[in-house]
Design a protein around this ligand. Structure first.
Ligand code: F0G
Length: 452
């Protein structure tokens, strides 16, 4: 069969409030043309992020009811720990409230002034936590990652020669860990191959540097490996996931992505003494080691989610439905980062609105257009997010359509594709923006604009 159906039935529904183009015009103006400032109830299809926005399964909700809310030693913790041990093969497991809490603990322990932490590409919170510790965060993507039209099958790979060069330039003593993000969110949701992870491991071994994964989307990455990496087709996703974790010394995970929950995170550390120090830091700000800032019911939902995400029918549908949106946009003439990634499609806004100069935020103009035409909320990843006084203009102006897990059906995705095509046909009417109010840091969340 060519049609790939959602491998679930819907038992509980949430209404979507429909709005008219005129209503959305008023809402957009009131929000200063920043879709972060729009109320969620005024959005028809919300593609702002795939983080914490997924739908939980009946089994996860059943787990929520079973949650053991004891302060210490709750059954829910042991169920969560056993699942994480069986999925990752790692012994030492800490729950945290979300990915950035794991990052904060890790880099408070291993970061510090004068140190350098390389990654294929750091996510914003990872970079911010590294920089907060006084260390420098360095991105080492392969050259193909900078070309939106390159169809490299593992565009998330790290530039291993670049890693060697960095180590010889700054010295191994200044590198407390090498990280790799799977899939690479900042680089378009692109996967990393097992071969690349092995090559990074080899370099880390040669220089005795620990290797950590940012494993938010580990299952989506493993699915791409199964589809694309020679020799992996007959292996299970579970086996591939295990190979990925076997190669590293630890991992930070936001469970709001492939953990299939609305809140939660994990910190995995093989080294016993580093793990003990992480436990002590966790207790200081997050909570006791058997709940890590979460409720027992959240641990149950994670324990179930981390197993469901490995179901191959689910992953087939998940990756195919993202690709389906990508194909429809390409067929309308819209340029995207190719090939489509796992959790999102990234529109090339410089191509979409070539008449809008970079300093007038072409990505944000497309974001506003998508909201006007279809009530669709997307996220600019370009000059609004990365620019600002004293910062160079980013190489790409992108608009991310991130797809929540198990939330929208194929007809919702068809609607998104239709709205984007309609906007593309009228693209010459898109207008640039100028900033009227902006905070000093992380300006994309609260900045306000006026149309030019
Ligand atoms: N690492 C990656 C690769 C991420 O994509 C995120 C979050 C985090 C770490 C931080 O996790 O939000 O649980 O603290 N990404 C979301 C996004 C916010 O929209 O891409 P968190």
């Amino acid at each position: 069969m060519k049609t790939i159906i959602e491998p679930f039935r819907i038992k509980s529904v949430e209404p979507i409030r429909m709005t008219t183009v005129e209503q959305r015009e008023g809402i957009l103006r009131e929000a200063g043309f920043n879709t972060f400032l729009i109320r969620a109830r005024d959005v028809i299809i919300d593609l702002l992020t795939d983080s914490g926005t997924g739908a939980m399964s009946a089994e996860q909700w059943a787990g929520v009811m079973r949650g053991d809310e004891s302060y210490a030693g709750a059954d829910s913790f042991f169920r969560f720990r056993d699942v994480m041990r069986s999925v990752t093969g790692m012994e030492n497991i800490l729950p945290t409230h979300q990915g950035r809490a794991s990052e904060r603990i890790l880099f408070e322990l291993i970061g510090g002034k004068g140190l350098v932490v390389p990654n294929n590409a750091h996510f914003d919170t990872t970079r911010a936590n590294i920089e907060h510790s006084g260390a420098e965060a360095v991105n080492l993507p392969i050259p193909e990652a900078k070309d939106p039209s390159s169809r490299h099958p593992f565009k998330g790979n790290m530039d291993v020669a670049g890693l060697e060069e960095l180590i010889s330039r700054v010295g191994r003593d200044r590198i407390p860990a090498v990280m790799c993000t799977v899939t690479n969110n900042s680089g378009g949701g692109q996967p990393v191959s097992l071969a690349n992870l092995r090559a990074i491991r080899k370099v880390c071994d040669a220089h005795r540097i620990p290797f950590f994964l940012d494993a938010c989307r580990f299952a989506e990455n493993a699915w791409f490996v199964k589809q694309r990496e020679p020799g992996q087709q007959h292996r299970t996703v579970r086996e591939i996931v295990r190979d990925m974790f076997d190669l590293v010394d630890g991992s930070t995970i936001s469970a709001k992505k492939d953990g299939m929950v609305n809140i939660g995170g994990v910190l995995l550390i093989r080294d016993k003494s580093l793990f003990t120090r992480a436990c002590n830091l966790l207790i200081l700000t997050e909570g006791y080691v058997t709940y890590g800032g979460l409720a027992g019911r959240d641990l149950e939902a994670m324990a179930q989610g981390f197993q469901e995400v490995l179901e191959e029918d689910y992953l087939h549908y998940r990756i195919r439905s993202t690709e389906y949106l990508g194909e429809k946009l390409l067929a309308s003439g819209i340029h995207i980062v190719e090939p489509p990634g796992g959790h999102a499609i990234y529109i090339d806004a410089k191509h979409f609105a070539p008449h809008i100069p970079q300093e007038q935020f072409p990505g944000q103009a497309v974001v506003c257009g998508l909201y006007r035409v279809g009530g669709i909320r997307a996220c600019e990843i370009g000059s609004v997010m990365f620019g600002g006084p004293g910062r160079p203009a980013p190489a790409m102006e992108l608009v991310r359509l991130a797809i929540p897990r198990r939330v929208y059906t194929q007809s919702h995705i068809d609607y998104v594709a239709e709205a984007a095509a309609e906007l593309f046909a009228k693209r010459k009417h898109l207008r640039g923006l100028r900033i009227t109010e902006a905070p000093e840091v992380l300006r994309h969340f609260t900045v306000r604009f006026a149309e030019i």
